[in-house]
Design a protein around this ligand. Sequence first.
Ligand code: AMP
Ligand code: ZN
Ligand code: FE
Ligand code: FE
Length: 291
Amino acid sequence: MRIDLHTHSRASDGTQTPRELVHAAAAAGLDVLAITDHDTSAGWAEAAEAADECGIELVRGMEISTKHGRRGVHLLAYLPDPTYAPLLDELSSVLDGRRARVPMMLDRLRALGIDIGADDVRRAARGTAATGRPHVADALVTLGVVADRTEAFDRFLGAGRPANVDRYATPLLDTIRHVAAAGGVSVIAHPWGRSLHRLSEADLAGFQDAGLSGLEVDHQDHDPQARAELRAIANNLGLVVTGSSDHHGAGKNDHELGVNTTAPDQYARLLELAADAASAAGRATPEIIRG
Ligand code: AMP
Ligand code: ZN
Ligand code: FE
Ligand code: FE
């Protein structure tokens, strides 16, 4: 069983449609795929149809942009009822923040002498509600300013670069509670990726008290030592261990589908916890598609 629990489609900042993503996962030999676009369930319906078409097991999820103190934390939420109002309200605030940030980034880029407009980004975003820096990066590629997303982040959009602008993110602990109340389960994405401050075991234990179920240990942002240390922490705390590609289609190098995978026993535990959460919440949560 090959299980990949973190991927993006054009519903956020991946480059494949949800259908293309699901078919690519089946073609890559995966047995289970989770679609986890940023801050939206917009890709779920098309992904579910595609899973039926190609006989792959599909878990519907999302990657929520949260913050804890001043630190950004990406929270993978699996199988929440996407209509649960407190969760939906928070996601709307994030999407509003994403929209409001684009003109600020464009102002910064124009101040650097780059001729880029809102329409350039709109075209690159192709209708997603979760507009992000990768879409600005794609617009810069189309305009011939940079060669690829990586160069755009390195020169302009990444942390500490001149066109990087903050946006709203939901409070982490509240979001973990909302996901549980929506009948879903939460896993911290790449807990030690791309951040100056590593979350400590005590931090993670506190998140677990709020309802966190797991840690994404095997991720390309983690080197072998980080993976070993995180695995030890997860085992200590009794958190589920996942591994995933964080695939973005052609949008992110070195994140091919299945490059990291989740062990079947850990996936089974996650599904049990999701079933428990759904029955405790008494909500109609998405079923696993067994296509
Ligand atoms: P945003 O949500 O708008 O803040 O943008 C964050 C997204 O940008 C995440 O999905 C990251 O995967 C992506 N990202 C961050 N750094 C890079 C990079 N160097 N190249 C490509 N994508 C990146
Ligand atoms: Zn992304
Ligand atoms: Fe992430
Ligand atoms: Fe991601």
